[in-house]
Design a protein around this ligand. Structure first.
Ligand code: SAM
Length: 265
């Protein structure tokens, strides 16, 4: 790392230095990749590889890094192969709705403190088609977990609803970064369905279902609905009251939600 740049914890800065991992990320990109959007180009190590591959737009919040990136990519900026936007990416989403004007793939080593939020925003962004991001392994497991797995969560269900494919490509050890993070990281790959419509009320319902993930689902729901009302729904759907939230699949959650929404307490 250049001596003048000190990694800032508040921006989740862990710079990826391992050249093998950088090339493995590039190799895992879709063959006919769209325009690329990178969030948090940092010192530009991943960016350098991305720009060689495809035109790239990057969002960076840290003023000190903007200066480094402007000088490093002066030619690419001039040639319009690289567009650098100095802002908080979540604000950009609030203001513009989408991070790019047409189809794009999101490729990034994400700042972990807002990684989940960023992926959920990418799910809603109609122009985002594929997501290849480095995040904390534990969080990647939550996105990709299948029913009956202890990690199965509302994030797993939302991912099932929006994606054609979602999997962890490979793990990355802390030594691959400078400074090393305290956790193991993973590259998460998600290919989105063409049409994604997330019902906000269904998402709220899921939040209640998983409010205490290790308790019975019935108990979590009875915070919001009368027990008798719930028992009737459980009977109609022929499900046991002992089920835990991670033991119910997405189709059963949808059926429960429809009954809850249409029923009278
Ligand atoms: N891409 C670089 C790499 O792989 O070495 C840096 C990755 S580092 C984990 C996360 C990057 O995200 C940092 O450059 C940080 O400044 C940037 N960042 C943090 N919060 C951000 C935000 N809200 N909007 C845009 N960039 C952000």
């Amino acid at each position: 790392m250049k001596k003048s740049i000190i990694a800032k914890k508040k921006f989740g800065q862990n710079f990826l230095k391992d050249k093998n991992i950088l090339s493995m990320i590039i190799q895992s990109m879709p063959k006919n990749s769209n325009h690329i959007v990178e969030i948090g180009p940092g010192l530009g190590d991943l960016t350098e590889n991305l720009v060689k591959y495809k035109d790239t737009t990057a969002y960076e919040v840290d003023t000190d890094l903007i200066a480094v990136l402007k000088s490093k990519f002066a030619i690419e900026i001039e040639n319009k192969r690289f567009e650098l936007i100095h802002t908080d990416v979540l604000k950009a989403w609030d203001e513009k709705g989408s991070l790019y004007k047409s189809k794009y793939d999101l490729i990034a080593n994400l700042p972990y403190y807002i990684a989940t939020n960023i992926i959920l925003r990418a799910f809603e962004d109609i122009n985002c088609e594929n997501i290849i991001v480095m995040i904390q392994r534990e969080v990647a497991q939550k996105f990709t977990a299948k029913v009956n797995n202890k990690e199965y969560s509302s994030l797993s269900i939302i991912t099932e609803l929006v994606s054609k494919e979602a999997r962890i490509l490979f793990d990355v050890p802390p030594e691959s970064f400078d400074p090393p993070p305290k956790v193991v990281s993973s590259i998460l790959y998600i290919s989105k369905k063409e049409k994604v419509e997330l019902d906000k009320d269904f998402l709220k319902f899921l939040k209640v279902c998983f409010s205490q993930p290790r308790k019975k689902l019935f108990k979590n729901l009875s915070g919001l609905y009368k027990k008798e009302f719930l028992s009737n729904i459980y009977n109609e759907l022929n499900i046991k009251e002992t089920l835990r939230p991670h033991e119910v699949d997405v189709s059963l959650y949808s059926q429960m939600y429809t009954k809850v929404k249409n029923g009278k307490q």
